[in-house]
Design a protein around this ligand. Structure first.
Ligand SMILES: C[S@@+](CC[C@H](N)C(=O)[O-])C[C@H]1O[C@@H](n2cnc3c(N)ncnc32)[C@H](O)[C@@H]1O
Length: 187
């Protein structure tokens, strides 16, 4: 596994941060079909979405609906870019910015994004790459059949969380275990 650490100024536009721009560019260049459910104004993926209608993404629905729609259409990708709000506070800021009210379950989603990951697991072909950005390194994980290929830690100085950038390769399609009984909703 490749591990590196860089210093850079923080930005809401994650992929404009120089070391992260280099990181993502490398994987995008090797990709044919890519999906970015939280794209904001980053338009390089094949399929882009952002809940905020004032962004340059080509679709503006909730990430779950967007991913379900691609799955229903039979899309298969070799790269998934996953750069969601990193905390309940960031979700609240996003929702407030577009006049939506954040519910309890929306805040809890940032703990795991488990429902999104279940669909992503179906959308990503074996051999494909999942790029995860956040304040933790909980990507898709070994139990689903993924191996960490690279971690880039970007330090933003005192008082700021580092941004953890992680690339995982899907080695096999391990049937993922359902974490909740049928009929129950996940956060
Ligand atoms: C960390 S930012 C993405 C930044 C982007 N990767 C860039 O480099 O500019 C997260 C984005 O997710 C969007 N978002 C928040 N909740 C969402 C949801 N439930 N579904 C889709 N997009 C959402 C926000 O509007 C915000 O633009």
């Amino acid at each position: 596994m490749k591990f590196s650490r860089e210093w850079a100024m923080p930005s809401h536009e994650t992929f404009s941060i120089p070391p992260i721009a280099v990181f993502i560019d490398k994987y995008l260049r090797a990709s044919t079909v890519s999906i970015d459910p939280f794209a904001r104004d980053f338009t390089r993926a094949t399929y882009t979405n952002d809940l905020n209608p004032d962004t340059l993404a080509s679709s503006h629905v909730d990430s779950l609906d967007f991913l379900r729609g691609l799955d229903d259409s039979g899309v298969l990708a070799d790269l998934i870019i996953f750069d969601p709000p990193y905390s309940p506070r960031q979700v609240k800021e996003c929702y407030n910015g577009i006049g939506l009210k954040m519910k309890q379950e929306d805040a809890q989603r940032t703990c795991s994004w488990v429902r999104e990951k279940e669909i992503i697991h179906d959308l990503l072909e074996v051999g494909g790459v999942f790029l995860y950005f956040g304040w933790d390194s909980m990507g898709m994980g070994r139990t689903r059949g993924y191996q960490i290929e690279e971690i880039l830690l970007v330090c933003h100085g005192p008082g700021h969380n580092d941004t953890i950038c992680m690339a995982e390769r899907k080695l096999q399609h391990q049937e993922s275990f359902r974490m909740v009984p049928e009929g129950r909703t996940l956060p």
